[in-house]
Ligand binder design. Structure first.
Ligand code: GLN
Length: 309
């Protein structure tokens, strides 16, 4: 799209007066101390052109956005057997909820809530030590983004573990139903580390490009997943990627998207572009307030909603 840079610039400018809105996650100091006035946008279209604005080249903690990449990796290792371990239904509950797990005998509703992503970490661990599994995830994300600079922030990983009582409880609860193959400390170790991946919007948009381009990264020529699998991952992002705010995100933005509590969102416009936004202030569902607004404006201006222009 010829004027995409103009649109991205306009969105950034329109949101400047609102910088600092929302509530920054404060459960670990590394997130609590992030400047709430940050806002970055990066769009990579399927021809490989990049359009960006604001703090798009500053690293942030991608947190739950990483769940898209671990799901992709687990599907590559285990195929459709993944769905024996996690469901594909929106939860309607908060990201760290435990309530549905009891009724569903320890089977998480989907791979994007914490319980589901912890079950996915267990699958990624198959045949690996935790260190190997973490290394595999990092290399996979580097390969997706074609950028070897991408790394985990060890201080974030350590703080996640130190404060991760609820995630450890979720893992123990699933283990009590016989739903994890590996020791709880190994599983949550992998989970906390992938949540601690630090990336820029530009890197994140590149990492998601395969989802916008039918499974193939057009910049590297690598086929990451089949066309069908890319479509299905997008479907899960649309229905489950924003927790109990997924319906509202679909209504307002109309794109598959995955949010993280660090304020990042990866959104996919199938056949068009991969988009990453970052703004640390969150709304009441724990999704980036200005990030969601930026995507709403982008979808409106481009007509990219999957539900029609
Ligand atoms: N590391 C965070 C947690 O487990 C990830 C949650 C999120 O990004 N929504 O609580």
């Amino acid at each position: 799209m010829a004027d995409l840079q103009g649109i991205v610039d306009e969105i950034y400018e329109a949101l400047v007066p609102r910088l600092g809105e929302g509530r920054v996650a404060d459960y670990i100091p590394q997130l609590a101390h992030v400047d709430p006035r940050k806002l970055g946008l990066a769009v990579v279209d399927v021809d490989g052109s990049v359009y960006k604005a604001g703090d798009c080249d500053e690293t942030f903690s991608i947190q739950s956005v990483s769940k898209v990449f671990t799901l992709t990796l687990a599907l590559g290792k285990h195929g459709e057997n993944v769905w024996r371990r996690v469901g594909r239904e929106p939860s309607g509950s908060s990201f760290n909820s435990i309530v549905q797990l009891e009724n569903e005998e320890g089977k998480p509703r989907n791979p994007f809530i914490n319980a589901g992503a912890i079950a996915i970490s267990d699958l990624v661990l198959a045949g690996h030590t935790p260190r190997e599994a973490i290394g595999e995830i990092v290399r996979f994300v580097q390969y997706l983004a074609n950028d070897e600079q991408i790394a985990i922030d060890p201080a974030v990983a350590k703080s996640e573990l130190a404060t991760g009582y609820r995630n450890i409880a979720l893992a123990n609860f699933m283990r009590s139903f016989g739903r994890l193959d590996h020791p709880v400390d190994h599983v949550v170790g992998v989970y906390f580390h992938h949540c601690a991946l630090a990336m820029t919007c530009t890197q994140l948009a590149h990492a998601g490009l395969f989802l916008a381009a039918a499974g193939r990264n057009p910049l590297t020529g690598h086929t990451v997943v089949s066309r069908e699998r890319a479509r299905r991952i997008n479907a899960l992002m649309l229905t489950c990627g924003h927790y109990d705010g997924s319906g509202d995100f679909a209504y307002r933005v109309g794109l598959p998207g995955k949010s993280g509590v660090g304020g990042g969102i990866l959104a996919v416009a199938p056949g068009k572009a991969s988009v990453a936004v970052w703004s640390p202030g969150l709304n009441h569902n724990g999704n980036s307030l200005l990030g969601s607004l930026a995507l709403e404006m982008l979808a409106h201006r481009t007509g990219w909603s999957v539900f029609g222009p």
